[in-house]
Design a protein around this ligand. Structure first.
Ligand code: ADP
Ligand code: MG
Length: 240
């Protein structure tokens, strides 16, 4: 997949023009996609009918999530519905997600609800990037859930990453056996994860105005089946 520098620059500039530093999930995914990083296809719906139209285009089942720059943890806000499989479910989910978000944070600015393709569960990993004040673009890798939150089992590298750097980052976390395949469990697509780490590093190098980037989770599928960003958060530096 080719990288589209101009498209990335356009999306970042458009976010700034709207007076925001936080990209909405579907905007962050547009950036990733323009950079050749696989993402769950996602579109913003401003009303329930638009949500139904998008769901039909993407094909059922779909996932719906609150789209608000003020709501970071969408699940905590009752703002995520997975596996919706009819027009009725999409319409109900649209109203419920908005009501939950308003109850959770009454002053939140709400753009609408993103409708996205549903992907079967893969092994959950986390890929991140940030700008280190002294060293610049840095990439982070870890396993999802408690592996990161409780055990802090993550690896870091300065970008840009070589293919070998990316592979080392994957191998050096303690949870590596979970990915490498244990007791007959299949190995996940380590090459696809390594490719994603390299691309995220290149993106953070090329666009140093991206202060933080967080792909959490990425679903890693069996070997040869790829890895896809399921959720994405991107924050731009202060100023312009
Ligand atoms: P948040 O982190 O803001 O609470 P996420 O977008 O990460 O919200 O969604 C929460 C969980 O819902 C994910 O960890 C994943 O397990 C599931 N999920 C989200 N989007 C999808 C999708 N497109 N397909 C399948 N499962 C999804
Ligand atoms: Mg998430």
């Amino acid at each position: 997949m080719a990288t589209d520098r101009k498209k990335v620059a356009e999306i970042l500039a458009s976010t700034r023009r709207q007076g925001r530093r936080v990209l909405l999930e579907h905007e962050a995914k547009q950036v990733l996609s323009a950079w050749g990083i696989p993402v769950a296809r996602s579109e913003l719906a401003r009303d329930a009918s638009e949500a139904v139209r998008i769901a039909r285009e993407l094909r059922y089942p779909v996932v719906m999530k609150i789209a608000s720059p003020d709501i970071v943890h969408k699940s905590d806000a009752g703002g995520v519905r997975v596996g919706l499989s009819s027009e009725l479910e999409v319409r109900q989910a649209f109203d419920e997600i908005l009501a939950n978000a308003r109850a959770y944070r009454p002053n939140a600015n709400i753009a609408g609800v993103t409708v996205q393709e549903y992907l079967p569960q893969g092994k959950e990993v986390i890929v991140g990037a940030m700008q280190d004040p002294s060293f610049g673009a840095t990439v982070m890798f870890g396993l999802g859930g408690i592996w990161v939150e409780v055990l802090k089992d993550v690896s870091f590298r300065l970008a840009p990453l070589t293919a070998e750097d990316a592979k080392e980052m994957i191998r050096e976390i303690k949870g590596y056996p979970v990915l490498a395949g244990l007791r007959g469990e299949p190995q996940v697509d380590l090459d696809a994860i390594a490719d994603m780490l390299q691309k995220v590093g290149d993106l953070a190098c090329e666009f140093s105005e991206i202060a933080e980037l967080d792909l959490n989770p990425v679903f890693a599928f069996d070997r040869g089946k790829g890895a896809i960003a399921i959720d994405a958060r991107m924050i731009l530096k202060e100023g312009s």
